[in-house]
Design a protein around this ligand. Structure first.
Ligand code: PLP
Length: 512
């Protein structure tokens, strides 16, 4: 059926055997339809039974070598590609959809939003602008998010890939707004003195990465000390700004943390907003996961001041449970936001009518020109479940974190390593061990063994030099029993590890 003669490239007409990626006959369409139905069934069952599988397993050698095959030159067909997916891809996930996955800060996605992703892919909308429904959907979603977080309605915003990109857009607008020359056209090299940004030493690495990407330089990110709750010390911040002003450096921005990645700490955002106001600095908040807490009226007081931010970056693929990838940046000052990204190009001008009309050109509010229909999964999941469900889930996760804290406090062999501010719990096995090096080795081993056995996937971090087992809970599938399982297994593995250490010590100790 597929004629392999080359199409003519010299413009001579050849109307037979024109190619397309669509199925060729009604029969081919039926075959793809049947396969599609099977995929939907398989994926829904995969999600329904996620709890029965190990959290994670190592990618075996034959699967790894499978991915070194060269580009397929001839068609093998969708059914065959799907079989390979089932055999070599589906069984080896990162694990983040599992109820006992709490590594880094990962999201779980949801079955309904998965289906919405399929709808978005089918429409294949390019949401740069234009007169089509997807633009209105994204505008509506942005409006809902401002409302849900208590952020001013007049702010502009855009959906982006994630927190890193949201921080990038926020700091780019901050840089352009606060530099006293036209950075956008003249470039950062015109700076007479370095532009300085301040954040706490607990800030996410993406902030430094953004400083580098914007040409501001990570050395010009001042990492201010934190208090014992891991919140930025406002006095130290004020002092650091004064030092820079004395040096004739140019302070431009403070990045507040609404949920630090290590411990979930929330800076005193209200105090930071006031300080920024007094000092004439831009106030950006990195709320990648923590900002979501503002959707809950019970938790919102923890974030007081977030509504005063000049820009607010947050993720929807973390604590809003949306499938990867989707984050958001909101900017309080529409003019500054637009000025930072606006451009002229005759082939991209909007027209009053036709396809190029429409209410909003998102490409003038961010770096991307072509953009996918990320808004649909957010829109769909919010319609499907309602904001109240998301509020309840966020509160449930915080309650789970408190429950885990309580389990740890009531287990003598365990030790809490940081206050539980929100949804992150850092602890370690202690048992009878006293030596810090040994404790670090044992706790690292506990995390690895938990992951390798597929039992649970916390990650590890270092708190004041101590290796911590870190549970970051942005999972709508976890239940109380999952945390009991975690504690039981940490104690079991920790005891085994200490005993085997003890045994090897004894065998090394010369007979007295
Ligand atoms: C995850 C995270 C980021 C980065 O967000 P991505 O979506 O991974 O790019 C930034 N800041 C904090 C506090 C985070 O937790």
């Amino acid at each position: 059926m597929h004629d392999v003669t080359a199409p003519t490239l010299d413009g001579s007409p050849q109307e037979t055997n024109e190619r397309t990626l669509d199925p060729q006959t009604p029969h081919d369409w039926d075959a793809l339809r049947a396969l599609g139905h099977r995929m939907v069934d398989d994926m829904l069952e995969y999600l329904e039974r996620v709890r029965e599988r190990p959290v994670w397993q190592h990618v075996p050698d034959d699967t790894r070598t499978h991915f070194s095959q060269p580009i397929p030159r001839e068609p093998q067909g969708a059914a065959s590609a799907y079989e390979e997916f089932r055999q070599h891809i589906l069984p080896y996930p990162l694990g983040n959809i599992h109820p006992r996955f709490w590594s880094w800060v990962c999201g779980t996605g949801s079955p309904g939003a998965m289906l919405a992703e399929m709808l978005a892919a089918g429409m294949n909308s390019n949401v740069h602008g234009g007169d089509h429904a997807a633009v209105y959907v994204e505008q509506q979603v942005l409006g809902w998010l401002k409302d849900a977080l208590g952020y001013p309605a007049e702010a502009t915003g855009i959906l982006v890939t994630g927190g890193t990109m949201a921080n990038f857009v926020g700091l780019l607008v901050a840089r352009n707004a606060k530099a006293d020359w036209d950075v956008k056209t003249e470039g950062i090299s015109q700076a007479a003195r370095p532009l300085i940004v301040y954040t706490s030493r607990e800030a996410h690495t993406s902030v430094a990465k953004v400083m580098e990407g914007l040409g501001l330089g990570s050395n010009n990110l001042r990492r201010i000390d934190v208090d014992r709750h891991f919140r930025i010390k406002i006095d130290s911040l004020r002092a650091a700004i004064a030092v820079d002003r004395d040096l004739d450096n140019i302070p431009i921005c403070v990045v507040g943390n609404a949920g630090t990645v290590n411990t979930g700490a929330i800076d005193d955002l209200d105090a930071l907003a006031t300080l920024c106001h007094d000092e004439g600095l831009w106030f950006h908040v990195d709320g990648s996961f923590g900002a979501t807490a503002a959707i809950s009226s019970t938790l919102r007081p923890l974030l007081r001041g977030i509504e005063r931010a000049d820009s607010l970056a947050f993720d929807l693929h973390k604590w809003m449970f949306m499938p990867y990838d989707v984050g958001c940046i909101l900017i309080r000052w529409p003019g500054q936001h637009h000025r930072a990204f606006d451009y002229t190009a005759s082939y991209l001008e909007s027209l009053e009518r036709g396809v190029a009309g429409g209410p909003m050109q998102f490409s003038r509010y961010g770096l991307d020109l072509s953009r996918g229909f990320r808004a649909l999964k957010v829109w769909f999941a919010l319609k499907e479940h309602g904001l109240a469900t998301f509020q309840a889930l966020v509160e449930q996760d915080v309650a789970h974190a408190r429950y885990l804290e309580w389990l740890i406090r009531s287990t003598p062999s365990l030790e809490l390593l940081a206050p539980v501010s929100l949804n992150i719990v850092c602890f370690r096995f202690r048992g009878i061990l006293r030596d810090e090096r040994t404790l670090n080795d044992v706790n690292k081993e506990i995390v690895l063994r938990l992951q390798e056995a597929g039992i649970a996937a916390p990650s590890s971090t270092v708190i004041d030099g101590k290796i911590a087992i870190r549970v970051a809970h942005t999972n709508h599938r976890s239940q109380h029993e999952d945390f009991r399982c975690l504690v039981r297994e940490v104690v079991r593995i920790g005891t085994e590890e200490s005993q085997s250490l003890e045994a090897s010590r004894l065998s090394l100790t010369p007979e007295a």
